[in-house]
Design a protein around this ligand. Structure first.
Ligand SMILES: NC(=O)c1ccc[n+]([C@@H]2O[C@H](COP(=O)([O-])OP(=O)(O)OC[C@H]3O[C@@H](n4cnc5c(N)ncnc54)[C@H](O)[C@@H]3O)[C@@H](O)[C@H]2O)c1
Ligand SMILES: N[C@H](C(=O)O)[C@H](O)COP(=O)(O)O
Length: 332
């Protein structure tokens, strides 16, 4: 099977530390070969800072498996990447972005099986002219066919708890205006399709949260439920989807409640991500549904306070690798 591609992420953050640490533990963890898309010289510097004697091999994805036993395979992206933990430098942005682009191209071409992304620092990339809110939307743009982008759907997952934010990296004041019947319906279709195809759930049962307190209390505390969410759910049921809601967001996430569902569609970023990061910050995985490729990521960010110290937990990243393998099982 082709190796997983791992994009290096923000060099000032903990992504490179975790990749190096996992590589050094590859035998104990039983890790299958992967290839890092990033800057080979920088990774050597960071390894040295962490007290690791990691060999780095600049290779193509085809050569990764052969190299993996003795050296960390790196698909080298040319550029200027200083080793400055905790201090992002916009000059590294072309390498950070190029690593993601090249990794997606390798997965699309079949030389890599799937993509695991290390965290990026969105602020540093925006300053360098990056125009996408995050990986999720950038990956959709990279996967466009004939100019048409798929709808990318962010899902955070830990064991049986899976949550999807309908709206993602947008100001909270814009959320009500972005909620539409079409967006809810298309997001539910993507969830239903990928929970079946990528997670083996025969008939996904999806709960949908309301936007307002108490899901609007019959219209007394907001009308988005009545005017938009309920019509979208009716349309989804007419297509045969098993959807329930809108349910009040505050009581949806106690275990006896969410365990009745295979996934929850929430209306905005924090409504979906707080439950996962509260119960499973160390093991949650961010997975993008709706793409023709498999992409997972740890649920945490760049953690500048820990970069270069060797103290970052590797467990969420490891869970992201495991999920990417599960999702790509059976592909050549
Ligand atoms: N997939 C991604 O690219 C991704 C995901 C989330 C956040 N981010 C970005 O990361 C940056 C920082 O975001 P933030 O501060 O909100 O979240 P963060 O996850 O980086 O940090 C939040 C807290 O959790 C701790 N933490 C994070 N990862 C840890 C680990 N592996 N082990 C131990 N402790 C850990 C940090 O030290 C910090 O105290 C932002 O620019 C954000 O956009 C990127
Ligand atoms: N919203 C995600 C989180 O907080 O975990 C994160 O920012 C990642 O987003 P992308 O995968 O789109 O970069």
């Amino acid at each position: 099977m082709a190796p997983l591609a791992i994009s290096m992420g923000e060099p000032a953050g903990i992504g490179p530390d975790i990749i190096l640490s996992l590589y050094e533990q590859r035998a104990a963890l039983g890790l299958k070969p992967f290839v890092v898309f990033g800057h080979a010289g920088f990774l050597k510097e960071r390894a040295r800072r962490l007290g690791l004697d990691t060999e780095i091999a600049a290779v193509s994805p085809h050569e990764a498996e052969g190299a993996f036993g003795t050296a960390l395979p790196v698909m080298d992206i040319a550029g200027d990447v200083p080793d400055q933990p905790g201090r992002p430098n916009g000059g590294a942005a072309p390498v950070v972005i190029g690593a993601i682009e090249e990794a997606v191209a390798a997965v699309t071409a079949g030389t890599c099986s799937g993509l695991v992304t290390a965290p990026i620092h969105k602020g540093a990339l925006y300053e360098a002219g990056f125009r996408h809110p995050g990986h999720t939307e950038f990956l959709a743009a990279l996967c466009a066919e004939n100019g048409v982008e798929p709808l990318p759907v962010m899902m955070l997952a830990h064991e049986d708890l899976r949550t999807v934010p309908l709206t993602i990296h947008v100001p909270i004041k814009d959320v009500p205006g972005l909620i539409s019947v079409e967006l809810i319906l298309e997001t539910l279709r993507v969830m239903d399709r990928d929970l079946k195809a990528r997670f083996g759930i025969v008939r996904p049962r999806i709960a949908v949260a309301g936007l307002n307190p108490h899901a609007g209390e019959g219209g007394a505390i907001g009308r988005e439920e009545i005017e938009t969410i309920i019509p979208a759910l009716e349309a989804a049921r007419n297509e045969g989807l098993d959807v329930v809601g809108p349910l009040p967001g505050d009581t949806l996430f106690f275990p006896r409640h969410w365990r009745q569902y295979d996934a929850v569609l929430a209306m905005y970023h924090d409504q979906a991500l707080i439950p996962i990061k509260t119960v499973a910050f160390d093991a949650g995985v961010n997975v993008t549904l709706g793409l023709p490729i498999v992409r997972t990521s740890p649920d945490h960010g760049t953690a500048f306070d820990l970069a270069g110290t060797g103290k970052a937990s590797t467990s969420s990243f490891l869970a992201a690798i495991a999920m990417a393998h599960q999702m790509t099982a059976g592909t050549p």
